[in-house]
Ligand binder design. Structure first.
Ligand code: BYC
Length: 314
């Protein structure tokens, strides 16, 4: 694209691009953009799309075991929404000149990242409540910020996704609230789910700012508007109050309220665990990738039939 352009043309385009970012203009697919901006967006959006798709697996595990018909219908709708989110974001990523099949192949080859949170098992029904409340809750905090991202297709996808995530969070919190005011065993199940999902949910926001390799660039270009730690803190402040409202306790002996800042300050996050999971050695990494590979193989005949149909009618 820029092979014939001179260095001075490129630097003037870069200056124009940066002026547009500074003026909070939306960057659209056909606009000129630095190659690095394009690459960063492809990286982040592809990881996000993969997370939505892999994220269906932990909850999908409970569709056949939901305790009532109503719970089953809600869970089915939620899991289908996640598939839709994956599709919107893969579409958005394709506006940057990549093919989603290549992105999916990278996931299947174990080369692409997806959110660490989906490598934990869903052991009880309360885990479905905890995922909706905490995981979708964390995703909303992150994605509300991304709805203001400088790249138009990503920002617009986030607006719609956030609306659906709000419903997901409400359904999860309602499951937790119901269990928390139920029998002793139900209450214990809710507390156990919170104990297991709390720290992995905090890890969803990524490493501390000082260790975040991409943040400076992403923030300079208006892709991220807030840092990993700022968003994590916002999530903690919201969630502690919600836990108190249903008489559950987060598993953190060091948690304390800072009167000066108004923040709930947590104890240290286990970053060794985070990197173990990100690098493929979490409790369910293998199971998740195996499931995606199986789905891909099982669907091969559908793709072959669809492309044969298209070729025949071309
Ligand atoms: N897991 O420089 P940093 C959902 C990687 S799904 C794995 O701070 P960045 C839902 C990071 O990629 C919603 N890897 O990165 C679905 C980087 O490695 P590379 C999921 C992580 O990009 C179904 C390295 O660590 N949301 O809601 O500035 C059911 C250094 O990090 C993680 C999104 O995907 C992690 N948690 O910031 C229910 C949001 N964190 O790529 C719910 C979009 C970091 O340089 N993504 N890494 O090799 C983002 O907002 C940002 O990419 C992150 C990380 C905040 C995640």
């Amino acid at each position: 694209m820029t092979t014939t352009s001179t260095a001075s043309e490129d630097s003037s385009r870069l200056a124009q691009f940066e002026a547009r970012i500074a003026a909070d203009e939306s960057i659209e697919p056909k606009d000129w953009m630095p190659e690095r901006y394009r690459k960063q967006l492809i990286r982040m959006m592809a990881q996000h799309a993969h997370s939505e798709v892999v994220g269906m697996l932990p909850e999908g595990n409970w569709i056949t075991r939901a305790p009532t018909l109503r719970r089953k219908m809600v869970l089915l709708a939620k899991v289908q929404d996640e598939a839709g989110h994956g599709l919107y974001i893969y579409c958005g990523t394709e506006t940057l000149g990549v093919d989603r099949h290549d992105l999916v192949q990278e996931l299947l080859d174990g080369k692409a990242k997806y959110s660490s949170i989906f490598n934990y098992p869903t052991l009880t029904w309360a885990d479905i409540g905890a995922i909706g409340w905490l995981v979708d809750g964390a995703a909303i905090v992150n994605q509300t910020m991304l709805a203001k991202a400088s790249f138009g297709p990503y920002a617009r996808a986030m607006v719609r996704i956030c609306k659906e995530e709000n419903f997901h969070k409400r359904q999860g919190y309602e499951i937790m609230a119901t269990l928390a005011r139920g029998t002793g065993a139900q209450r214990a199940m809710a507390q156990d789910a919170l104990n297991r999902w709390w720290w992995p949910s905090l890890m969803m926001f990524g490493p501390h700012d000082k260790d975040s390799t991409n943040s400076d660039e992403l923030m300079r270009w208006g892709i991220k508007r807030k840092s990993n730690d700022e968003l994590r803190q916002r999530f903690v402040n919201m969630t502690i109050v919600q836990a108190q409202a249903i008489d559950l306790t987060v598993p953190d002996a060091d948690l304390k309220y800072n009167e000066m800042t108004g923040d709930w300050e947590t104890g240290p996050i286990d970053w060794d665990e985070f990197w173990r999971v990100v690098k493929g050695n979490g409790p369910c990494n293998k199971e998740r990738l195996d499931a995606r590979r199986k789905a891909d193989a099982d669907g091969a005949w559908v793709r072959a039939a669809a492309s044969a149909y298209v070729e025949k009618h071309a």
